[in-house]
Design a protein around this ligand. Structure first.
Ligand code: HEC
Length: 173
């Protein structure tokens, strides 16, 4: 191997190593709640996020926990930890952005290969899921960030009026 190849390999490896570290710090920073509207929290980019204060999760994180365990955990494992059938969403959400998450859940995905076929169903027609997309996202984001522990959150904020209104119009419409 020539010296030049060694040097260019090093030059490639170094920024990669430091960027993955920066990425971990980034994701905690990015998930930080900076604005609030009717009990729902948003990060600096305006995407929904969690807020945990004195061990109490916001309503949406709690609701996402419940929805996840009724519609997703059978494939994705308890608390987003994954299974032999479907990926650990607590890892996926470390890098996956909001729009990608929403579109995969709405449209589903199929991974065919190696003799096995794993199917992520489309939930775009399922009100029990699409009326709670943000709740699911926020809950899984809290899990990905290590902010929400495993299991049912022991303390939660009350259900905001805005959540009741949104639920009534989505479920009813
Ligand atoms: C019937 C089993 C099943 C159910 C139920 C299910 N999923 Fe999936 N999901 C999968 C499989 C399998 C994949 C991987 C598909 C692939 O490799 O393309 C997947 C992939 C995903 C991905 C992409 C992950 C990544 O790292 O690329 C997201 C996000 C996701 N599911 C969210 C959800 C949510 C949210 C729910 C509940 C509303 C849910 N899934 C319910 C089977 C399921």
């Amino acid at each position: 191997m020539s010296v030049r190849i060694v040097i260019s390999a090093l030059a490639l490896a170094l920024p990669l190593a430091s960027s993955s570290l920066a990425h971990a710090q980034d994701s905690a920073e990015k998930a930080k709640a900076v604005t609030e509207e009717g009990g729902k929290h948003f990060d600096a980019e305006g995407n929904p996020t969690f807020k945990i204060e004195n061990g109490a999760v916001d309503w949406y994180t709690f609701s996402g926990y419940r929805r996840y365990h009724s519609d997703c955990h059978v494939c994705h494992g308890p608390d987003g930890t994954g299974s032999s059938y479907a990926p650990a969403l607590l890892n996926s959400l470390k890098t996956m952005d909001y729009a990608t998450f929403i579109s995969i859940v709405a449209e589903g995905r199929k991974n065919v290969g190696g003799g096995k076929e794993n199917v992520m169903p489309a939930f775009g027609e399922n009100k029990n899921v699409y009326c709670y997309m943000d709740d699911l996202y926020v809950y899984l984001r809290a899990r990905a960030d290590g902010a929400a522990p495993r299991g049912r959150p022991p303390k939660k904020a009350d259900k905001p009026q805005a959540a009741k209104d949104a639920e009534a119009s989505c479920m009813g419409g």
